[in-house]
Design a protein around this ligand. Structure first.
Ligand SMILES: [Zn+2]
Length: 348
């Protein structure tokens, strides 16, 4: 993995040469991303093949529920039986957004998959997955504090996995870069330094999330719930979404964590937002609610890999909105007009 003439090199050249013109910078970057030189495209695909796919295998992870060291099974963030099956009509297929590995790997595209493979991740062991969630799996639960706290428990566990996956990928990436490049090269020192700082922050975040997971569990056991929710007035049926957002800053004295859901219950689609019961998280929730569907659409864009559509719904989404959703959130920001287009197609 050499970094001369690389993706990072071209991007920083564009950023340097368009310092005073944000519009021009956006345009130049967009042209570069859409017309990736095949060498760079191949390199990105190989990084994803080597790093992303391998690191999502369950053999690398343990349950960790109250000290359990059994191997993870593929847990679902969104229950297959309670919700994902309501997206299927006659068959078991749903649509997710996935990186376009056959074309331009910077963008995603709709992929038709079996519902059992949507929103799953190496989480709890089979025993604890069953013990913890069999009572919210039958598809008849109501949107109440008990269900919401169990759902947030699951999403917190998924977030722990996502953080662990990034730590593992980042650590091995640094090792590979150092073994294949001159470690005294300024560019390499810069890349490795950046990665190491990110890895340290992720390790801290992992510990905070493990602590939060235990606190949510204790709240469920004592019925003194840690998480509260507000239902949103959102329309259409046909997709599921979940996201856990940790907005806590280093200087904050309490955690700021919110969860966002659109779930396909048996007879209706419900959108709701959850927050920890502390003033910081509640403040963010109030702010969010003031323009809820526009804000929800921005979060959906940021966490688009957590979207699961029914086939019928996906096919009805306009091409313009699909183009927006296919952009990579780490490279493209989303403006209010784009967010309101997403909102119209997904919620009105
Ligand atoms: Zn276990």
């Amino acid at each position: 993995m050499e970094f001369n003439e690389s993706f990072t090199g071209v991007v920083s050249e564009i950023v340097d040469s368009t310092k005073d013109d944000e519009f021009l910078r956006g345009l130049a970057l967009d042209i570069f991303y859409r017309n990736l030189p095949s060498e760079i495209s191949k390199k990105i695909k190989s990084i994803h093949n080597n790093f992303s796919f391998n690191y999502r295998a369950k053999k690398h992870y343990q349950c960790q529920y109250r000290g359990c060291s059994d191997e993870s099974c593929y847990s679902h963030d969104i229950s297959e039986n309670a919700f994902l099956k309501n997206l299927c009509r006659g068959d078991s297929e749903v649509v997710i957004l996935k990186r376009n590995m056959k074309g331009n790997p910077i963008f995603s595209m709709g992929e038709y998959i079996h519902k059992r493979n949507a929103t799953n991740f190496p989480g709890y062991c089979a025993k604890h997955d069953l013990d913890l969630f069999s009572d919210v799996e039958d598809g008849n639960q109501k949107l109440d504090d008990y269900f919401v706290n169990k759902q947030c428990l699951r999403s917190t566990r998924r977030e722990i996995f996502e953080v662990e996956c990034q730590i593992n990928m980042g650590s091995d990436f640094v090792k590979t870069v150092l073994s294949e490049n001159d470690e005294n090269n300024i560019l390499i020192i810069d890349i490795v330094g950046n990665f190491n700082r990110k890895i340290d922050a992720l390790k801290k975040r992992r510990l905070n999330l493990l602590d939060l997971h235990e606190k949510i569990m204790r709240g469920i056991e004592s019925k003194d719930y840690l998480v509260e929710f507000r239902e949103l007035d959102a329309g259409k049926k046909g997709f599921c979404f979940s996201a856990c957002l940790d907005l806590t800053l280093d200087e904050d004295e309490e955690e700021c964590i919110l969860y966002f859901y659109n779930l396909e219950f048996k007879n209706e689609s419900k959108a709701f937002v959850c927050s920890l019961k502390n003033s910081l998280s509640r403040g963010y929730l109030d702010n969010f609610i003031s323009n809820s569907l526009l804000n929800f659409s921005k979060i959906i864009f940021q966490k688009k890999m957590n979207l699961v559509f029914s086939k019928e719904f996906f096919e009805k989404i306009s091409e313009g909105v699909k183009l927006i959703l296919n952009n990579e959130p780490e490279l493209y920001s989303i403006n209010n007009i784009e967010a309101s287009l997403i909102s119209q197609d997904l919620f009105s």
